[in-house]
Each structure stands twice: as structure tokens, then as C-alpha cells.
Design a protein around this ligand. Structure first.
Ligand code: F3S
Length: 68
């Protein structure tokens, strides 16, 4: 068994403009504040959501999502 390095995700609140694409692609990881901006509810992405989080990363019009 190989050790898995967890994918971590963050939203840069200086860049986020509230497009909501991230939340629509993966509401299990991204939540929207009352103001409509994104927050991450799980910085370490559960393996089953990695694909959706990568899609969100590529789809955010503001490039506000970072993966590491
Ligand atoms: Fe914000 Fe991008 Fe999501 S602008 S709401 S992080 S799609």
C-alpha cells in the first residue's frame, strides 16, 4: 500500500467574485457564505471528491482556487 498525499484546497477571498461554479461542481467541499463567496469546508479533500475539486479549480473564472 502506498501512502497517499492528501490534496488540499483553498479559496483566495481576495480573488473570489462569487461566481459559484465551485459550489455547483462540488457542494460537499465548497460552501457559499451569505454574501455568495466561496469557502472550503474541508481543506483536505476526501478522495472521492478530488475529481470534482480539480474540475472546480479549472473552472473558476477568477482562478481563485488553489490546490496543493
Ligand atoms: Fe468564487 Fe470562483 Fe467559486 S469566483 S464562488 S471560487 S467559482
Amino acid at each position: 500500500m502506498t501512502d497517499r498525499v492528501p490534496l488540499t484546497v483553498a479559496v483566495d477571498d481576495e480573488r473570489c467574485r462569487g461566481h459559484g461554479v465551485c459550489w455547483s461542481l462540488c457542494p460537499e467541499v465548497f460552501t457559499l457564505t451569505d454574501d455568495g463567496y466561496a469557502e472550503v469546508s474541508a481543506a483536505e479533500v476526501p478522495p472521492q471528491f478530488e475529481g470534482a475539486v480539480r474540475d472546480a479549480y479549472e473552472s473558476c473564472p477568477e482562478r481563485a482556487i488553489t490546490l496543493s
